[in-house]
Design a protein around this ligand. Structure first.
Ligand code: ZN
Length: 60
């Protein structure tokens, strides 16, 4: 699993999935301009953890 943070919020670790050729948080909690940074940390974003659908179905 790829995990990381988005934009200026470095405390919330999302599950990252590929959307086309870019990594996006699984919960969709990011603007297109927000920088996604990969971390080796466990996911703590409740929205990402709650989503049990296939990643492609989770992107909003
Ligand atoms: Zn998330």
């Amino acid at each position: 699993m790829t995990t990381g943070t988005v934009g200026r919020d470095v405390l919330t670790v999302h599950e990252l999935i590929w959307a086309g050729d870019v990594l996006r948080p699984r919960c969709g909690d990011a603007g297109l301009e927000d920088e996604v940074v990969e971390w080796r940390r466990s996911v703590n974003c409740p929205e990402c953890l709650r989503c049990t659908l296939p990643p492609s179905a989770c992107l909003r």
